[in-house]
Design a protein around this ligand. Structure first.
Ligand SMILES: C[S@@+](CC[C@H](N)C(=O)[O-])C[C@H]1O[C@@H](n2cnc3c(N)ncnc32)[C@H](O)[C@@H]1O
Length: 352
């Protein structure tokens, strides 16, 4: 039985339905929403202040008070493009930025991750600098904070979706499939061919670099799903029993789906972005920032915690396919704060 070609109309319908089900257009603007704040009691009888949605800038805070924030905006704008472990919920940096800085001031995010703070800065007319040691984070952040030309986006989407329907496994020779460690354990051969086809399709597009990078992130977002690795574990691991179904055509279908969903999100971002400035710093270690004193008016961040998330291992398959790394992750891991990979010599010198 042949699983090809992929049915694009069916995918478009599915995405449109999801949008109706999940995305109810807000009756307020996030810029002036009157948030819902009320005092509640949890099941232990403790008092909490519950805030639904955007946190009011002047929310009164008393010593010892506890809050329950309910977030509604995790998929809005470009926030919902690609997974990233231990992300901020957007309402939190939005509130901090508005409460503690003024329009046109400068905000530092020294552990930028997927750029939640920087996206909110761009939406609220604050300039910002984002720093992250991780090359995958910097690439994802760049895509999520770059507005696109929407006519070009929609035209290129049509072209890509059409090209997807032309896929046949025979079009990809084994020698064309990229090489990386344990490749054939991580992926089935049919999926390797589909991924190689999509990768080449993106590389050969005659569009500007920003749009190409947007498609690379759509591509990256399906890699874990279509691999043999567990989807529910932050780390990339293979379980004895695969807890999902991976079958021919899955990579093409997922890519088409995510391309349509992420296009809606980058469109909403592109339509609302202000002219404020963002720099994703090459100076990428937060322990060694070279900006002079008084450059920043505010710093908003959530730092990495010891041994909590192994970011290089989490994104290893995505980084192989995006040509960000192609071998050992050890050097990259060593630079991360909170890493579990410390050499014996480093440790000996450190405790001396
Ligand atoms: C908890 S995450 C931040 C998530 C971010 N708030 C978001 O919303 O996506 C911590 C980040 O710190 C980064 N990191 C770890 N060590 C670093 C270092 N030495 N310098 C800069 N960033 C580092 C990690 O790559 C990770 O992206």
């Amino acid at each position: 039985m042949s699983y090809y070609p992929v049915n694009i109309e069916e995918i478009q319908l599915k995405v449109a339905k999801k949008r109706i089900k999940k995305y109810t257009p807000p009756t307020y603007s996030i810029f002036d929403e009157p948030s819902n704040v009320k005092e509640i009691q949890n099941s232990f009888g403790e008092k909490l202040v519950r805030v639904d949605g955007t946190i009011p800038v002047d929310l009164p805070i008393e010593n010892g008070q506890r809050f329950l924030f309910i977030s509604y905006d995790q998929s809005r704008f470009s926030h919902g493009i690609h997974k990233y472990p231990a992300k901020f919920f957007p309402e939190l940096p939005r509130w901090l930025i508005q409460r503690y800085s003024k329009p046109n001031e400068w905000v530092l995010e020294p552990f930028m991750g997927s750029a939640t703070t920087n996206i909110e800065c761009l939406l609220h007319n604050r300039n910002s600098v984002g720093i992250d040691i991780d090359p995958f984070a910097r690439f994802l952040a760049k895509v999520k904070t770059t507005p696109l030309n929407l006519d070009e986006l929609n035209q290129t989407n049509q072209f890509i979706l059409e090209q997807i329907t032309f896929f046949q496994p025979i079009l990809i020779k084994n020698e064309q499939i990229p090489q990386f460690p344990y490749r054939d354990n991580w992926f089935r051969v049919e999926i390797l061919k589909e991924l190689t086809y999509i990768k080449h399709l993106i590389e050969n597009l005659s569009v500007n670099e920003h749009l190409k990078d947007f498609y690379k992130i759509c591509f990256s977002s399906i890699i874990r799903n279509v691999s043999n690795a567990d989807d529910n574990c932050t780390r990339t691991v293979i379980r004895k029993k695969l807890n999902k179904q991976v079958y021919p055509s899955l990579a093409l279908t997922k890519f088409a789906e995510n391309l349509l969903i992420f296009s809606q999100r980058i469109t909403e971002f592109s339509e609302n972005v202000t002219n404020s400035f963002l720099e994703i710093s090459h100076d990428s270690d937060a322990r060694n920032i070279k900006y002079s004193n008084n450059t920043f008016d505010l710093a908003v961040t959530s730092p990495p915690y010891g041994n909590a998330v192994d970011y290089p291992r989490t994104h290893q398959l995505e980084m192989y396919w995006l040509d960000i790394v192609n071998g050992s992750l050890t050097e990259l891991k060593k630079q991360h704060i909170g890493t579990e990979s410390v050499s014996a010599t480093f440790y000996k010198n450190y405790i001396r």
